[in-house]
Write a protein that binds this ligand. Structure first.
Ligand code: SAM
Ligand code: GLN
Length: 282
């Protein structure tokens, strides 16, 4: 039999040098197994784990040791103050993406009725946050991944906005063909896959081995989806509609160039993230 304190020490020893935050990860994962908060662990250090709890804890720590992200082990990531269910097969929402959501929220008043389109649902992070804020909106949320659609739906339900979201499975604008929506989208957002194909293997193992390639791979130069979206968006956007796209490191200039060449876009802006990296083109 081991105490909380001993189990934590063992886990920290194992994860040290392997992950960035061994103490935090060990605590968060033990909290998950015991279904208690982290403060409980600190206050009840000498409490004994049952054999079953200890076995499960060693298993989960081993997965973390292999590189599985904490969020896939706890099935949770907070985004815009909301808890999102995540599991292997959908991208873990990133704090950088909050810049995209904030850009939209700060730009547009939330009382009117809008049609919002989000391309690349993932966990539903952007879709659900916008549906919560724009209380009279309808959100069309498209993903090619069946898993993304089902997890997006689960998160929408969890946050009480399912009835205003239309989840559509398919590629890019294709699922909209059957809906009378051309020229009627007020706000179009997307955080598309944008990592150049050959760069994916070079990312940290948590991302390259565990997150879905489908959510990361932006083609040879990483810009495949921007070309497609910028080309097609004017058909779907209302006159004077708003578009905001998350971009990767050093991609904003190119994306602005695509918009300028297209000719339908005006008042193009780049917004930086908290690290000073150009993150959103709108
Ligand atoms: N919006 C989520 C977020 O910000 O956390 C997920 C973004 S993730 C970078 C990109 C998403 O686009 C993935 O869920 C992926 O399955 C989806 N995707 C990839 N190719 C697509 C396509 N051709 N059409 C629609 N969605 C696609
Ligand atoms: N921001 C993610 C990463 O750096 C990539 C997500 C994307 O391709 N849109 O891993």
């Amino acid at each position: 039999m081991v105490t909380i304190s001993k189990a934590l020490n063992e886990a920290v020893e194992k994860l040290k040098g392997k992950v960035f935050t061994p103490i935090l990860d060990s605590e968060v994962l033990l909290s998950k197994i015991l279904n208690k908060d982290r403060l409980y662990l600190i206050v009840n250090k000498e409490e004994q784990l049952t054999e079953e709890e200890y076995r499960k804890y060693k298993e989960i720590i081993d997965k973390r040791f292999q590189g599985m992200p904490v969020q896939y082990l706890t099935n949770n990531q907070e985004f815009m103050g909301l808890d999102f269910y995540v599991e292997e097969g959908v991208l873990i929402p990133r704090p950088d993406t909050e810049i995209l959501v904030e850009k939209v929220i700060n730009h547009i008043d939330n009382t009117k009725e809008y049609n919002i389109l989000d391309i690349g649902t993932g966990s539903g992070a952007i879709t659900v946050s916008l549906a919560k804020y724009f209380v009279n909106s309808t959100v069309y949320s498209i993903d090619v991944s069946k898993k993304a659609i089902s997890i997006g739906r689960k998160n929408a339900d969890r946050h009480g906005v399912l009835s205003r979201i239309k989840f559509l499975k398919g590629s890019l604008f294709e699922p909209l063909e059957e809906i009378d929506i051309k020229g009627k989208i007020d706000i179009l957002v997307s955080n598309p896959p944008y990592i150049p194909s050959e760069e994916i293997e070079k990312l940290q193992i948590e991302v390259s081995k565990y997150e879905p390639r489908l959510a990361l791979d932006g083609g040879k130069d990483g810009l495949y989806f921007y070309r497609k979206i910028i080309d097609k968006a004017p058909k779907y956007l209302r006159y004077n509609g708003f578009i905001a796209l998350e971009v990767g490191h050093n991609q904003a200039g190119k994306v602005v160039e695509f918009m300028r060449k297209n000719g339908c876009y005006k008042d193009i802006e780049i917004t930086e993230d908290l690290a000073g990296i150009e993150r959103v083109v709108s």
